[in-house]
Design a protein around this ligand. Structure first.
Ligand code: SF4
Length: 346
């Protein structure tokens, strides 16, 4: 339901302190309420038990707390969990918990739908409706952390921005959410455990470098040959590889942070020796590693996972050139929770 009241979590701590002072109260009341909102995860003003009933009513009259709601939770046979998350205006996004032996990772969404058009990705078929607010991103992480503790007996250890949407097209809100996730008043998580994965928006990669962000960067590369990349990721026409490469060089020069390339090998698209050679050249200009990701077919069958020989060729040629390469098996395929499969089907 929409409301004209303001979302209280859009206010900074300073703004909350100022609000209370204007209301004739004391600034520290702002700290108290802020703590309830972010550290204690209050879902209503009633939860704020150390705040007087009159003050809680006054907050109720002026603000709302737009919490997300997990509408549907699906569990995969491999322990992966997918949440369909309803936002305050009724729109839905998805987030995923991926457990392995050593870590539990939250894959979170940054937009409702996506404005980009990667042809292999189910989300690209959903029209971009809007950007997520910082609190909506934060809440996805909190929900997954709770599930991690409940079903896997350990807190969340890592976060990847690899769900629905292009995070760098919602940069300010993603940054604010990460601030909350990493601050002591939020979840206190190390930024080193957070990866922002982009399809490669050169201007925004440079901006991140200028902002001296502390989280890690991954790029969905999928091809280091312009014609091939444009055929599967049409926006590559606007942001060609030369521009991407220049931005990544800038990123590394400023941050000294190694870049991860996410890369799917598809049959008859990028499974030839020339594709690997181009990738090797692309990897040489800045320290990087390559994640070869298993492909999860979306229903039209246009894209098919390359055969094992092609994957082996990638691994051996990359290793021969001293480039770190990992082959990533996909998780949660049976519940459409794997990479590229998020499309609000549940
Ligand atoms: S892969 Fe990412 S950027 Fe590309 S369409 Fe899907 S959600 Fe958007």
């Amino acid at each position: 339901m929409t409301t004209s009241k303001k979302d209280i979590r859009a206010l900074t701590k300073e703004q909350l302190r100022d609000f209370f002072v204007k209301e004739g109260d004391q600034a520290f009341r702002g700290n108290q309420v802020y703590e309830w909102l972010w550290s204690k995860g209050a879902h209503s003003f009633e939860d704020m038990t150390n705040v007087s009933i009159e003050t809680r009513q006054m907050l109720e009259d002026n603000f709302v707390i737009n919490h997300i709601r997990v509408d549907n939770m699906q569990k995969s046979s491999d322990g992966t969990i997918k949440n369909a998350v309803r936002l305050h205006d009724g729109l839905i996004v998805e987030s995923v918990l991926i457990p392995t032996k050593t870590r539990t990772t939250a894959c979170v969404s940054s937009q409702v739908g996506c404005s980009l058009d990667c042809r292999f990705c189910a989300t690209s078929r959903l029209k971009r409706m809007r950007n997520l607010n910082p609190d909506e991103i934060f809440d996805q992480v909190v929900a997954i952390d709770k599930e991690s503790r409940l079903y896997h007996n350990r807190p969340l250890s890592n976060i990847v921005f690899m769900g629905m949407g292009e995070p760098l097209m919602n940069y300010n809100n993603v940054l604010k959410a990460i601030d909350k996730i990493t601050s002591d008043e939020g979840l206190g998580m190390s930024p080193k455990r957070i990866v922002v994965s982009t399809s490669g928006v050169p201007k925004m990669i440079k901006k991140m470098a200028d902002d001296e962000v502390k989280f890690k960067l991954a790029v969905s590369l999928h091809s280091a040959i312009d014609e091939v990349r444009t055929s599967i990721m049409p926006f590559n026409e606007t942001f060609p590889l030369a521009d991407l490469r220049e931005a990544l060089e800038y990123w590394y020069a400023k941050t000294k942070n190694r870049i991860t390339y996410e890369y799917v090998v598809w049959k008859d698209i990028n499974d030839k020796k020339k594709d690997v050679e181009a990738l090797i050249e692309f990897c040489k200009f800045a320290p990087s590693k390559v994640n070869l990701i298993e492909y999860n077919p979306i229903d039209d069958g246009e894209f098919q996972q390359a055969n094992a020989e092609a994957i082996d060729m990638y691994v051996s040629m990359l290793e021969a050139n001293h480039i770190t390469v990992t082959v990533r098996r996909s998780r949660g395929k049976d519940i459409d929770a794997a990479c590229g499969q998020l499309a609000n089907k549940s």
